[in-house]
Design a protein around this ligand. Structure first.
Ligand SMILES: *Cc1c(COP(=O)(O)O)cnc(C)c1O
Length: 356
């Protein structure tokens, strides 16, 4: 039986969006590929309200995280760790042999501008990595406030943002950052397999001064194909997913981005109210995510058992992330194409199972 997904990725994909993947195939060097690539890039600029460069990779979002540190870091990269995904930035920098430092807060807490300021003041860094929405803890970091501080005090520091579980679900001024990346299987509500990012002009300039950018991970090679071959890519992209993305972007523009953001914050508010009534919220107050709500398992229920029973009703939520938070927390994602009626259906089912 299909389970409706209230997990923070992959998210529920509508039948008509799945259907958009089944168009007949064409060649990735044909005119059709250039037109489709160009169409997607232009729609993404509208959806994200930007004139910055846009690059689409056939890969999950992690690839753009890795590519963006490879294409920018010289002196040092600062990781800002508040959970599993923000830790990944730091691991990637080290795996690529790049000089890397970090600040770290307890899981559930947010990264604040003053913490970043104190570490950047050492002068050891030219790149800063941020995680907009830390999916493992349900914390939304104040990345725009952090960017304001960095622009004022460290204008030469590049800012890379992982917005995998928030972009297109939460309004974010991408023009404040050098790279903002996401994958298709979260708020974009497509199957996994593509990721895309916005890129500042100065980031492209910076990449020109980096000798070993990799090949699949080379921002400049990707840009060259877009510029010279109209939206094509150096290697064969997932064209069926491109069709679905193009279709989904039309749906987003038809809904209206402000309506889309409001739908996400309404679902978040409803879910948080329910968690407060029956459990406690896990994130630091004031920094709760708009796309995934994380509750503390204050009643000592078996989250795995609850999910099994939900599964019998065709619904799925997520357990806490990793060994630190499994069974101690639970996660309810409200992102992508889910509607308030879906949240109502889920919460009523949980109430019924737990005898609330
Ligand atoms: C899911 C997620 C990732 C990983 O994205 P992939 O597309 O699986 O590589 C990274 N960061 C955050 C915040 C996420 O939620």
């Amino acid at each position: 039986m299909h389970k409706k997904l209230f997990i923070p990725g992959p998210t529920e994909v509508l039948p008509e969006v799945l259907e958009a993947q089944t168009k007949p195939m064409f060649g990735h060097r044909m005119k059709e590929a250039s037109e489709l690539g160009t169409s997607i890039i232009n729609k993404l600029k509208k959806v994200l309200e930007t004139d910055q460069g846009i690059i689409i990779w056939t890969a999950s979002g992690s690839l753009i995280m890795e590519a963006s540190v490879r294409n920018s870091v010289k002196k040092g990269v600062l990781g800002t760790i508040c959970g599993a995904f923000s830790e990944r930035w730091h691991k990637m920098a080290k795996a690529n042999g790049l000089p890397a430092g970090k600040i770290e807060v307890e899981w559930g807490k947010a990264i604040k501008p003053e913490m970043v300021d104190a570490e950047l003041a050492t002068g050891s860094y030219d790149v800063l990595c941020l995680t907009h929405n830390e999916t493992s803890t349900g914390v939304m970091n104040p990345v725009e406030e952090i960017a304001d501080m960095v622009h004022a005090k460290y204008p030469d520091v590049f800012i890379l943002v992982d917005a995998v579980s928030s972009l297109t679900g939460v309004k974010l001024d991408v023009n404040s950052f050098d790279v903002v990346l996401t994958s298709t299987q979260k708020c974009v509500a497509l199957p996994p397999g593509l990721s895309f990012c916005t890129v500042s002009d100065r980031f492209f300039e910076r990449a020109k001064t980096i000798e070993h950018r990799g090949h699949y991970t080379d921002f400049l090679l990707m840009k060259k194909y877009i510029d010279e071959r109209g939206g094509q890519t150096p290697s064969t992209p997932a064209l069926s997913l491109y069709n679905a993305l193009d279709f989904q972007l039309d749906r987003m523009l038809a809904e209206g981005m402000d309506n889309r953001y409001k739908r996400h914050s309404d679902m978040a508010e409803r879910t948080r109210a329910w968690i407060r009534e029956h459990f406690e919220l896990f994130p630091e107050p004031g920094y709760e995510s708009q796309t995934v709500s994380v509750g503390k398992n204050t009643k000592g229920i078996s989250v795995a058992d609850l999910n099994k029973k939900l599964g019998e009703r065709g619904l799925a939520i997520a357990n806490g992330y990793g060994s630190k938070l499994k069974e101690k927390t639970f996660r309810i994602a409200h992102m992508g194409d889910l509607q308030m009626k879906d949240i109502d259906e889920l919460l009523a089912a949980i109430d019924d199972i737990l005898g609330h």
